[in-house]
Design a protein around this ligand. Sequence first.
Ligand SMILES: [Zn+2]
Ligand SMILES: [Zn+2]
Length: 417
Amino acid sequence: MTITTVRGVRDILPEEMVVWHALEQSARQIFTAYGYREIRTPLFEKTELFARAVGATSDIVEKEMYTFSDRGGDSLSLRPEGTASVVRSFIENNLHRSLPWAVYYMGPMFRYERPQKGRYRQFHQMGCELFGAEGPLADAEMMAMILRLLRTLQIDDSLTLEINSLGCGTCRAPYREGLFAFLQARQEQLCDNCRQRLQRNPLRILDCKNEGCRAIARQAPAMKDALCVGCADHFSGLQALLDGMGLPYTVNPLMVRGLDYYTRTAFEVTTTALGAQNAVAAGGRYDGLVAEMGGQAVPAIGFAMGMERLALLLEGKRAGKSGQVGNYLVAVGDAATRQALLLAEEWRAAGVPLQMDWLGGSLKAQLRRADRAAASQVLILAERELAERAVLVKDMRDGGQRLLPWEEVAAVLGALR
Ligand SMILES: [Zn+2]
Ligand SMILES: [Zn+2]
């Protein structure tokens, strides 16, 4: 019996990594250009962190977390999302003294969900968190940054930016009561799932996918009409800034986001590039979370993007561009092979990117492997070249070849910086 991966988990093979690298590189460039710096938090945390930050009654914490006791008896969980750890780190490292604080992360997250195409139990997210900026400027700029990243990746067809306001501690409680009363009066028309969450989280019913629930949700009172003055100003300020930047958006009063900690601005960027309307980025403001987690009250906003979906979108755009080695060194015969190892080290030290053929054998066999590795140039060292202290450089694109003395290789082919 061979051992396979755990259900819902997969390898990202080298052929796919080309797309992942392109994705990660563009994201790093854009995030850095906007002033965000990378943070790497642990893959596992105390279970209590997610229970408090994400919400003990959320689907994620109740049904989807990988929770286990370690050998010391502590309850730990693999991170199901990135924000909780960043907030924990912000508080733990006393970063309220160095506001504003802007960070990005990328890496694996873990949720025990039913595996489907494109959905895995270990999946990857990248995202940004900005602490200390209270006004709508931060919100608008963050949305512009996401759209810029997507345009850089050429994932810019049929993008939609949807925004909503979820209110704050002051205005959400009375709204929630009104919504609860509205939904309770219609509870026999709700799906089973929604009837169950009516008490605990009536807001989530607004984004239920069930047709019956959607019909009711469309008639339900909207949060955006129940905002307090501060929240209403923030929301209209955000729309004015988006208008000013010429970024098209739609207000979606039914978008409530899955996590309990959001306040005021919530947003999603969706695309139809993979068929159905799919979110490629989602986020929002969480002004109350830091204080709730035991820190000093600090306004904050963030978003996350699922990297599997972005990789899938990129794959279509970049078909044919596989991983490439630049130069490929082929040696024929024992003496040439021994010399090739020494020369390869010498040239690499001088800045020449160079892959050596690892298997040896006939020139023909080695050239075939060079071709499969998509080498742009092959350096051939056989008996004749060894005697002349030169290599035959063969261009794999046009087939042209020339003899190059060893001492000139670094100057001609050096590219590593
Ligand atoms: Zn409010
Ligand atoms: Zn429902």
